[in-house]
Design a protein around this ligand. Sequence first.
Ligand code: AMP
Ligand code: FE
Ligand code: FE
Ligand code: ZN
Length: 295
Amino acid sequence: MTRPAYPPAPTTRIDLHTHSTASDGTLTPAELVRAAGAAGLDVVALTDHDTTDGWAPALAALPAGLTLVRGAEISCRWYGADPPIPLHLLAYLFDPTEPALAAELARVRAVREVRAERIVALLNADGIDVSWAEVLAGAAGGTVGRPHIAAALIRAGLVATTTEAFGPQWLGQRYRLPKADIDVFHAVRLVRAAGGVPVFAHPRASRRGRIVPDSLIVELVGAGLVGLEADHEDHSPAERAHVRALAADLGLVVTGSSDFHGTHKTVQLGAYTTTPEAYERIVAAASGVTPVASA
Ligand code: AMP
Ligand code: FE
Ligand code: FE
Ligand code: ZN
């Protein structure tokens, strides 16, 4: 079938990395999908840290014209470096009831609470007056993360912004504690076993801390890694080009996404996007749950 050249087919806008109050975003899952629709997105993935709790409320609020990709961003660590290097694995369309993966996510959520409480204790030992009860209340039942401690530091007037709270004298270094994340090879295998599609989030984001060598990414492909996130605000243009070239070499899917966190970050929904071809490869590789389009 032919169609007239004008008007052009609407460009499909696909953002595969966002956070809600189910983890460290500031919009509820329902508010997030409504905002994604209002921002003109056609597809949005909800990828809260280590939880699928936002999936049901996001689905229930899905606006017309928007497709929801259910996902998560899994806290992983590469134990081949000394000290081990933390990294984030996006996982799309996995079966949330698969017991081994669900158990690991629950374990990581629990260790996150212990670690955040220890960070608050370190702050308190230095006379910095933020309370664990307040931080926990701020997380409101969602996965606890450093952004919730950052928010408490802002409320206490100790720092002005989240970026400042992640500086080296605060949560970026001085009051940073490691957590017992999932071994990244184990995580890739668990996601695949649950029918999901693992994509390495912001793999070259050196401003967040140490990054892993490309040789690790090559090994992860052997374990079942499907894609690399190239277009992300934490990557410089040179880093994006490097990730694209590596993905081309390895036959991996390339994604771009906002990593929207509401007011915990300045980036907006749809600031970076994924091509329809890359999205289709992800959907084709998945067998856990399907994308859901609103009626
Ligand atoms: P956690 O998962 O507790 O280690 O905290 C990491 C989270 O903090 C990330 O998912 C981001 O949401 C946020 N984050 C990390 N670095 C920064 C930064 N420099 N500025 C603002 N937010 C950040
Ligand atoms: Fe986050
Ligand atoms: Fe991340
Ligand atoms: Zn993220």
